[in-house]
Design a protein around this ligand. Structure first.
Ligand code: GLA
Length: 380
């Protein structure tokens, strides 16, 4: 297609338009790949995919407006690329081709309103939107859960991040004005009314994305696996940190390094926090819910060590302000957003103060947006 991509775009006629949202996570961080609990939901910012079959058997053209690039590939020769965004696409295609031969040549235009590296999982939105759209376009009849799972596998095999299922599950399975209490061990889930009034969900984007993120992410996963390996040598039923109580963990305290011990304590406590937070949300005890968010952040900062000075600064700032009942880093860490529950009458005032303080401390502009729990990937 080369330089003709402008005419490709102007001549494009969409057969199908799919909206694929980013996600937030109220609480339950780094618990998903430890078979634990999470409380995410999709948001009202998304990626828009326009699809059309192109009558070829295997030629595909995918245009990204964000990168102003066309990715051209042949379904018969899918292989990883040197460009990361292309691997999210190619990884999904690779996974789809493992289970079906019904995907044929297609064209697609992708337009995103999700900031990259902000911890709101633009990557899962990209994977799930593509998988969902091709499922519709070619009548593949793959269930939504299977689409989420194959999107997760794509990230493992083509991108190299050994992520859990939370982001893909939230992007695809969420419903309007609900949060999902998901048990990542059984994949059983419960939708809970996202009733936060008079508080709003405010995301503060540090606008930093430290490049430790993906390597340290996989390291955390390995550290958790080491703890499980040691404990399962004596407790054969233990398959993940989910199967370990604090009492059992304490038996191994002397044999684990303080670092590994801290990682496991964090995960066990975070799982407990998610369950308690869900009950608080259902009973309308929002102050207690918010307090657990702060505790979650402190665990991520000190025990799991995936925060960074910019995130800590924002959470500290929130904690000093009574109008913010809960605040924590969100997602994998090392940058991205904090999620805050802020009283609706004090948003403007708070934003002026926090933006000024952040700029003074880091010389970086803080960006912000209010978001609402929204439905998952859908046809427009
Ligand atoms: C990233 C991963 C998720 C999850 C979070 C941390 O967003 O993709 O699977 O592990 O980090 O909770």
């Amino acid at each position: 297609m080369g330089d003709d991509h402008k005419s490709f775009i102007s001549n494009f006629e969409a057969e199908l338009v799919v909206l694929s949202p980013g996600r937030i996570n109220l609480i339950g961080e780094h618990t998903d790949y430890n078979n634990g609990f999470v409380l995410p939901t999709a948001i009202d910012k998304r990626i828009v995919f326009s699809f059309s079959k192109n009558k070829t058997s295997s030629q595909c053209n995918v245009y990204s407006m964000t990168y102003d690039k066309v990715l051209i590939f042949d379904l018969e020769a899918i292989k990883p690329s040197a460009n990361e965004w292309e691997n999210y696409i190619l990884g999904v295609i690779h996974e789809l081709l493992q289970i079906t031969d019904m995907v044929k040549g297609f064209d697609c235009i992708i337009e995103s309103e999700l900031p990259i590296g902000a911890g709101i999982s633009s990557s899962a939105a990209l994977e799930c939107g593509l998988a969902y759209g091709l499922n519709q376009l070619f009548d593949l009849e793959i269930s939504k859960i299977k689409l989420a799972e194959l999107s997760q596998r794509a990230e493992h095999t083509y991108v190299g991040t050994k992520c859990g299922i939370m982001d893909q599950f939230a992007s695809i399975m969420s419903e309007d004005q609900k949060v999902i209490l998901l048990d990542c061990m059984s994949q059983e889930y419960r939708l809970i009314d996202a009733n936060f009034d008079p508080y709003k969900i405010l995301l503060l984007n540090t606008n930093v994305s430290h490049n430790l993120a993906s390597s340290e992410y996989n390291t955390r996963r390995e550290e958790c696996e080491k703890v499980v390996e040691m404990i399962s040598s004596e407790y054969s039923k233990v398959k993940s940190l989910r199967d370990i109580t604090k009492n059992v963990l304490n038996e191994f305290k002397d044999r684990l390094s303080p670092k590994l011990f801290g990682r496991a304590v964090y995960v066990i406590e975070e799982n407990e926090r998610v369950l308690r937070a869900s009950e608080f949300l259902e009973s309308g005890s929002l102050n207690q819910f918010g307090e657990l968010m702060y505790q979650s952040h402190r665990g991520l900062q000190h025990q799991y060590e995936v925060s960074c000075p910019e995130l800590d600064f924002l959470v500290d700032f929130s904690e000093k302000n009574d109008q913010i009942i809960g605040s924590r880093m969100m997602g994998g860490g090392f940058g991205g957003c904090t999620i805050n529950l802020i009283h609706k009458d004090h948003i403007d005032n708070y934003l002026v103060n926090v933006k000024k303080a952040y700029k003074k401390r880091f010389k970086i502009d803080l960006t912000s947006f209010i978001t609402v729990p929204s439905k998952g990937t859908s046809i427009s």
